[in-house]
Design a protein around this ligand. Structure first.
Ligand SMILES: Nc1ncnc2c1ncn2[C@@H]1O[C@H](COP(=O)(O)OP(=O)(O)OP(=O)(O)O)[C@@H](O)[C@H]1O
Ligand SMILES: [Mg+2]
Length: 407
């Protein structure tokens, strides 16, 4: 194998979850992403999407990054980090500009000015802006415009969705990435990443809710008419289900996780009343046989709580009735048997499991819900960079034309 090279044509993403740290590396070949390598380790020092203890968190990131470097045979210098957890918030905002007394053609600069006006909501000093997502433009009171450049009008307004996070939480992640030798180039909300890999263009248009059920929390992104209409974080993830089993059956967390994955179900009636499971228990609560339904009886209320909270959140965000294409569950926690049924019965829309789109040359074992966030962060970063490059190119071409015309 050749010596690893520093390669600036690579995109590296760092998904620091509550249960695992995942580093994924891709190269851009012929305009498309191609898998180069990955690394994954158990996450230490993380709680609810926050770095709770710096040294162990940094160590697990260093380990995962080292694995990815070896696997990709490259020296990784930059990365895009994912931000998630209950400290992330979403808000909609509207603003615009007047183009003067006479109608004229809208330019890219007008669009920028309108967006700047709409984003000028005052953020508390503690908040950091992660995304600024245009929903629609409104030109002279005509709504539903996606790209107003070249249209004629008088007043241009824009509806934006702003996603913000705790500045100190983001800074702690940056510090950990730096300790692993990675400079942070960008930040992506984990929900936006997971959606990029799992939600189709049709679903975005019709209205859909993406839920990334992680270990510590569930990130939510709602699409409507092709744009992000709402984002939220529900403070329940797969580990809450595991802990309920550990407490309810007096078993250790490791056994609770095993029981959840192999015998768990979120719907009590899906389990035969005669099925039994052997559990080893803890000292004082020795090995015994329990009805398998007992596990489902513990899990079902937690599933209902998750979707109750989600339903209330969607209702207060005004998007509960906007889910024409239903909901898409992804993240490791979405693998829990019966969770889709629980989602369907509480949200009253169809639910499906979100498997991420595969990158070329990517090992098959990565095409799993728990990799949706990392894969989607790669896709999102690539897509936005291509868009930005095209915009810069057209601006340069325009400047060249103006310059040539003035000679
Ligand atoms: N087969 C399975 N059945 C049920 N739950 C599962 C299964 N496999 C994984 N999980 C759960 O998925 C969760 C981990 O998911 P994931 O790896 O997406 O989380 P994370 O990204 O580390 O955390 P977060 O996104 O909350 O920060 C754990 O709670 C785990 O118990
Ligand atoms: Mg996650």
């Amino acid at each position: 194998m050749n010596a690893p090279e520093r390669n600036d044509g690579l995109i590296t993403v760092l998904d620091v979850g509550s249960s695992r740290v995942r580093v994924l590396v891709a190269e851009v070949a012929d305009g498309a992403l191609r898998y180069r390598g990955h690394g994954s380790t158990a996450a230490k020092g993380m709680r609810k999407g926050l770095v709770a203890e710096l040294a162990p968190a940094a160590r697990s990131i260093i380990q995962a990054a080292d694995m990815a470097e070896q696997n990709a045979n490259a020296i990784l210098a930059h990365c895009v980090i994912g931000v998630g957890g209950p400290h992330v918030r979403g808000v909609n905002s509207r603003g615009g500009i007047s183009l003067g007394t006479r109608m004229r053609e809208i330019t890219r600069e007008d669009v920028r000015a309108a967006v700047d006006r709409a984003r000028a909501v005052s953020l508390p000093a503690e908040r950091e802006l992660i995304h600024l997502l245009p929903q629609q433009f409104i030109l002279d009171e005509q709504p539903g415009i996606h790209d107003p450049v070249g249209m004629i009008g008088n007043r241009l307004e824009v509806n934006l969705h702003l996603s913000t996070c705790s500045a100190s939480a983001a800074q702690s992640l940056v510090t950990c990435a730096n300790k692993a030798g990675l400079e942070v180039a960008d930040t992506v909300f984990e929900g936006v990443g997971a959606a990029e890999a799992t939600v189709s263009a049709d679903e975005r248009e019709l209205g859909a809710c993406l839920i990334d059920v992680g270990a510590g929390s569930s990130e939510v992104v709602v699409f409507f008419e092709g744009a992000v209409a709402h984002t939220a974080v529900i403070p329940i993830g797969g580990d809450h289900f595991t802990n309920d089993i550990a407490v309810g059956l007096h078993v250790c967390v490791e056994e609770a996780e095993f029981l959840k994955q192999h015998y768990g179900n979120c719907v009590v009636t899906a389990i035969s009343s005669s099925a039994e499971v052997e559990i080893s228990g803890t000292p004082g609560h020795g090995p015994r046989t329990i009805p398998q339904r007992q596990i489902a009886e513990i899990l079902e209320p937690r599933g209902r709580e998750l979707f109750h909270l989600l339903r209330d959140n969607l209702r207060s965000g005004g998007v509960l009735e906007a889910l024409g294409a239903g909901c898409i569950l992804t993240g490791g926690g979405a693998r829990l048997a019966g969770l889709l049924d629980s989602a369907e019965s509480l949200l009253h829309v169809p639910a499906r499991l979100g498997y991420p789109a595969a990158l070329s040359r990517m090992p098959e074992e990565l095409i799993q819900p728990e990799y949706a966030t990392a894969i989607g962060m790669l896709l999102y970063t690539h897509r936005t960079r291509v868009l930005k490059a095209a915009e810069d190119h057209s601006l340069r071409a325009k400047l060249r034309a103006i310059f040539a015309g003035s000679l």
